[in-house]
Design a protein around this ligand. Sequence first.
Ligand SMILES: *[C@@H]1O[C@H](CO)[C@@H](O)[C@H](O)[C@H]1NC(C)=O
Ligand SMILES: *[C@@H]1O[C@H](CO)[C@@H](O)[C@H](O)[C@H]1NC(C)=O
Ligand SMILES: *[C@@H]1O[C@H](CO)[C@@H](O)[C@H](O)[C@H]1NC(C)=O
Ligand SMILES: *[C@@H]1O[C@H](CO)[C@@H](O)[C@H](O)[C@H]1NC(C)=O
Ligand SMILES: *[C@@H]1O[C@H](CO)[C@@H](O)[C@H](O)[C@H]1NC(C)=O
Ligand SMILES: *[C@@H]1O[C@H](CO)[C@@H](O)[C@H](O)[C@H]1NC(C)=O
Ligand SMILES: *[C@@H]1O[C@H](CO)[C@@H](O)[C@H](O)[C@H]1NC(C)=O
Ligand SMILES: *[C@@H]1O[C@H](CO)[C@@H](O)[C@H](O)[C@H]1NC(C)=O
Ligand SMILES: *[C@@H]1O[C@H](CO)[C@@H](O)[C@H](O)[C@H]1NC(C)=O
Length: 392
Amino acid sequence: MRLLTLLALGLSAIQFAFAQSCTLTALGAGKDDSPQLLTAMQTCSTVVVPTTTTLNISTRLNMTGLTNKHLNLQGTMRFNPNIAYWTANGFPFTFQTQITFWIFGGTNLILDGGGTLDGAGQAWYDAFAKNSTLLRPITLTLFQATNVLVQNIKFLNSPEWFNLVNEGKNVTYNNVTMNAASTSSNGAANTDGWDIYRSDQVQITNSVINNGDDCVSFKVYSTNIFVSNLNCTGSHGISVGSLGQFAGMFDIVENVTATNIHMSNAQNGARIKCWAGSGVGSGIVKNITFSGFIESKVDNPVIIGECYMTSASDCAAFPSNTLIQDVFFTNISGTSTGSTVASLGCSPGSRCSDINVNNLALSPPSGTAKYTCQNVKLAGSSAALFGTCATT
Ligand SMILES: *[C@@H]1O[C@H](CO)[C@@H](O)[C@H](O)[C@H]1NC(C)=O
Ligand SMILES: *[C@@H]1O[C@H](CO)[C@@H](O)[C@H](O)[C@H]1NC(C)=O
Ligand SMILES: *[C@@H]1O[C@H](CO)[C@@H](O)[C@H](O)[C@H]1NC(C)=O
Ligand SMILES: *[C@@H]1O[C@H](CO)[C@@H](O)[C@H](O)[C@H]1NC(C)=O
Ligand SMILES: *[C@@H]1O[C@H](CO)[C@@H](O)[C@H](O)[C@H]1NC(C)=O
Ligand SMILES: *[C@@H]1O[C@H](CO)[C@@H](O)[C@H](O)[C@H]1NC(C)=O
Ligand SMILES: *[C@@H]1O[C@H](CO)[C@@H](O)[C@H](O)[C@H]1NC(C)=O
Ligand SMILES: *[C@@H]1O[C@H](CO)[C@@H](O)[C@H](O)[C@H]1NC(C)=O
Ligand SMILES: *[C@@H]1O[C@H](CO)[C@@H](O)[C@H](O)[C@H]1NC(C)=O
């Protein structure tokens, strides 16, 4: 009754405050839809963007500290590629010097609906080719978000990483697709699928990713992560790290499983990367399983590298301070692009322990497959393929 009275009075703002479900349509050509989307997310428990609607997102989206919200995106959110605006106003992250269009956080959040997040990346790919220090926005950052489901969403042409999970807990992504494709000669650079950072209990399932950098990357303090049934094409692989980069910092990645992964035309398949050299940090990588990988034309199908971004001489003089323990590479098959199909390179000084290789069946384009290893004692049914590991 009260609601009806207010409606009769035409108090649209108050009517909004009572609404459980709100439907947004675009304001029209030349208009910015960000303010109305922010207001709706504050005031309604469900926000529906219909299939025929494309919201023009021209100002940054601070959607943090929300509780019990459902963004039902059936249509599109397109991030207006105003480069000068975003480089000055994107939310900054000091970690790896990133910016983002959108921070989404709080408790009990759902983003679904079958719609599209269009990063309008082409302008960014072309601008980055002219300015290699250009800051480019991450499309979606889950920021201090707990109990979150992102499901049935299509991501298009992110200017930078598609997804960052920053200080999240119990976050699930299911049935998402990502496509980063440049129509010019300038590549879709640094378009990681997901970067997980200081986050616990993250699940990523049933998704298809076509991009130009890591498919999934587990960065500092990623714990209890489960990734399954992904098809990654053109990527840099499923990567733990890079870790141990910053002096004085101790990095942890623990309890990660990546299983049932199709990896095609990629730089890496299953990968762990750590820094060495003078003045770097330290850390531990523990209990990591890569299983059920089917790879096609991958440069490094199975790889541990403890000299990431470090010259061979620095790496010998200053071995990595990151320990790698309890790692399982299991049931990995398919083809490489070069003769080396697996390379497990640890720093001297017993940095790696309990490294297991089972049911590896990888083929180079021609000749004999090379399985190489350094400074590590391997266990498992495929250990014999590697022979005696070199010590340095
Ligand atoms: C999006 O909004 C900005 C700022 O109002 C405007 O300059 C731009 O033309 C709009 N884009 C579209 C496609 O309407
Ligand atoms: C986002 O909005 C919240 C609530 O208004 C505020 O406390 C926070 O500082 C904002 N975050 C950023 C990065 O601007
Ligand atoms: C390149 O991008 C950076 C960071 O976004 C910016 O500060 C700088 O002014 C840009 N350089 C040019 C030549 O546009
Ligand atoms: C984790 O989040 C999901 C929503 O994605 C929720 O259904 C579930 O109850 C949460 N689990 C816990 C332990 O809170
Ligand atoms: C996956 O999401 C798409 C929309 O992006 C939807 O059309 C499709 O039905 C979903 N698949 C499943 C199994 O829910
Ligand atoms: C990935 O590709 C394989 C082989 O083409 C297919 O069987 C599987 O269903 C695909 N997975 C997803 C999540 O699309
Ligand atoms: C290893 O991590 C997985 C999750 O990826 C977890 O299920 C398992 O219990 C962990 N094992 C140990 C010994 O910690
Ligand atoms: C890893 O998993 C084991 C077994 O479930 C658990 O005891 C341990 O606390 C987990 N480690 C982290 C850092 O969460
Ligand atoms: C090996 O991995 C493939 C692809 O993920 C899967 O279909 C198969 O069941 C796995 N085999 C075993 C023995 O786990």
